[in-house]
Design a protein around this ligand. Structure first.
Ligand SMILES: Nc1nc2c(c(=O)[nH]1)N[C@H]1C(S)=C(S)[C@@H](COP(=O)(O)O)O[C@H]1N2
Ligand SMILES: [Mo]
Length: 205
């Protein structure tokens, strides 16, 4: 009987802590599943760079050491994978897109959308306004440690308010676009935008 009561009490406490934080159709996970469409690329840091590209030519390129000299920001966020797992209170460190645009001298973005391009060929499209005001970063650390290769190290996109497929692993460039062109998953039936709170899993949702 006592066991029953205390189990019930723990259940209630957990419900209160997570209330309103799990989007529709999602469930909580404590581990960190790896989801990759292909093999894990292993780019040496001396060969790594991050490039911001406009239509015509590169706008800015940073080597690994230059990139790490940009202002660093820490965030604690919840992440939501379209395969229905959500994970709360994950800690990341990296460079916000605001700071990347500032360092690239971009006041007026040369397109309303971007395509993120990765080692291994993965791509994903995101509207520029979803990257600004601290909503997104290029993350290089997870839970206080360098980001592991299976989770996208050396650097991945983190756009936690959209489904996690938008958080491109092994990212190497950001290309501005005038129109919202589908990336890898978006072109095979996943939603062009991917808001977990509106359950935008597939095109047509
Ligand atoms: N380059 C690349 N980025 C990617 C993917 C991928 O296959 N390749 N998978 C996406 C998907 S579908 C998800 S859910 C998350 C998974 O990130 P994780 O493996 O760190 O959990 O990465 C996203 N970013
Ligand atoms: Mo995913």
């Amino acid at each position: 009987m006592v066991g029953f009561i205390s189990r019930g009490f723990r259940g209630r406490k957990q419900d209160d802590a997570t209330a309103g934080r799990i989007p529709p159709g999602q469930h909580l996970t404590r581990d960190f599943p790896v989801l990759s469409a292909g093999p894990t690329p292993r780019t040496r840091l001396e060969d790594w760079s991050f490039i911001v590209e406009g239509d015509i030519r590169p706008v800015k390129e940073w080597s690994w050491s230059e990139f790490n000299a940009l202002p660093q920001t820490k965030v604690k966020v919840d992440i939501h994978c379209v395969t229905t797992w959500s994970k709360l209170d994950t800690h990341w460190e990296g460079v916000t897109l605001d700071d990347i645009f500032a360092a690239a001298g971009i006041d007026d973005p040369p397109g309303a959308y971007v395509m993120f391009e990765c080692d291994g060929g993965y791509t994903t499209n995101v509207p520029v306004e979803d990257l600004l005001d601290g909503k997104a970063m290029i993350a290089t650390q997870y839970e206080g440690l360098p980001l592991g290769p299976e989770h996208g190290g050396p650097a991945r996109v983190l756009v936690p308010h959209l489904y996690f497929w938008k958080s491109a692993k092994w990212v190497r460039s950001l290309r501005f676009m005038d129109s919202d062109t589908p990336g890898f998953w978006e072109s095979v039936g996943y939603h062009i935008y991917g808001d977990p709170w509106r359950e935008q899993r597939y095109s047509g949702d």
